[in-house]
Design a protein around this ligand. Structure first.
Ligand code: MF3
Ligand code: CO
Length: 262
């Protein structure tokens, strides 16, 4: 989601609510598995969208992103996935684009079931990719895990942010500033915001029952991004590659639980 601090109440979920979110998360994790098998040279991003939408609906759930309201002047979001290729950071609109050997594609999916959303993303290689692209995928994934080591009762949001930023920058890449993670539950985007870098605000304290979408977006070049004319697709300003890794997690009295995992 777009960065901008707003003071809002954070909803604390009961154990029963977290169980419901786990259901949404399981369907989402299975949809991502399907993407792992389906991403290959020659497939279009529109075909990937169709596979995911059919899968989500066949499980009695609803794709969270479809029809989501964007910026003034933008169409309501037309896809069930975001499909962001190479220099596209997030919110790539699925369509006729064919994947080529050597591309990387970030697939972001939202699932809504029984009143609760789950949100997760992965970046997949298309055929054989460069060493740099593979390192980008690996560092982005690991930065998520570095971040959630700090996602424990009593810490603050910024403890997650710092761990992600330091890991990414120590590996020579940069983290996107303008888009951040977020609370999630009955709404896809809830408080608090979760930047993947140090901000002036330390953010609220974490407590059991918070459910968060932690989603580092990492560029091989500079962190600056720009928005394309369709007012959805975000690309790196310098044309460098970008990767995305996201899971929905629940804060507990011990380790966080990853809800978007099988
Ligand atoms: N994970 C993305 C985000 O939090 C998904 C939003 S896609 C949209 O911004 F289409 F729903 F906007
Ligand atoms: Co998200």
């Amino acid at each position: 989601m777009v960065f901008g601090w707003v003071l809002k109440m954070i909803s604390i979920k009961s154990k029963a609510e977290i169980e419901l979110m786990k259901k949404s998360g399981e369907i989402l994790a299975q949809a991502l598995e399907k993407m792992k098998e389906s991403v290959k040279p020659g497939v279009t991003t529109g075909e990937l969208d169709r596979i995911v939408e059919d899968f989500i609906r066949s499980n009695g759930a609803i794709p969270s992103f479809k029809g989501y309201k964007g910026l003034p002047g933008a169409v309501d979001y037309p896809g069930s996935i975001c499909a962001s290729v190479n220099d596209e950071v997030v919110h790539g609109i699925p369509g006729l684009r064919e994947l080529k050997d050597g591309d990387i594609i970030s697939v972001d999916i939202g699932v809504y079931l029984n009143g609760y959303h789950a949100d997760a993303a992965r970046t997949f290689p298309v055929g054989n990719i460069s060493e740099e692209a593979q390192k980008l995928i690996d560092v982005t994934r690991q930065s998520f895990y570095e971040g959630i080591k700090h996602a424990v009762d009593g810490n603050r949001i910024i403890d997650i942010s710092i761990a992600i930023q330091d890991y990414v920058e120590n590996n020579g890449f940069s983290v996107v500033r303008e888009y951040v993670g977020h609370g999630i539950g009955k709404e896809m985007h809830e408080a608090p915001q979760i930047p993947n870098y140090r901000t002036r605000e330390r953010g609220p304290r974490l407590q059991p029952g918070m459910t968060l979408a932690v989603e580092p977006m990492v560029n091989t070049g500079k962190y600056f991004v720009k928005l394309l004319e369709n007012k959805w697709t975000v690309v790196t300003a310098d044309g460098s590659l970008s990767a995305h890794y996201e899971n929905t997690i629940a804060i507990t009295d011990a380790e966080p639980i990853i809800l978007t995992k099988i």
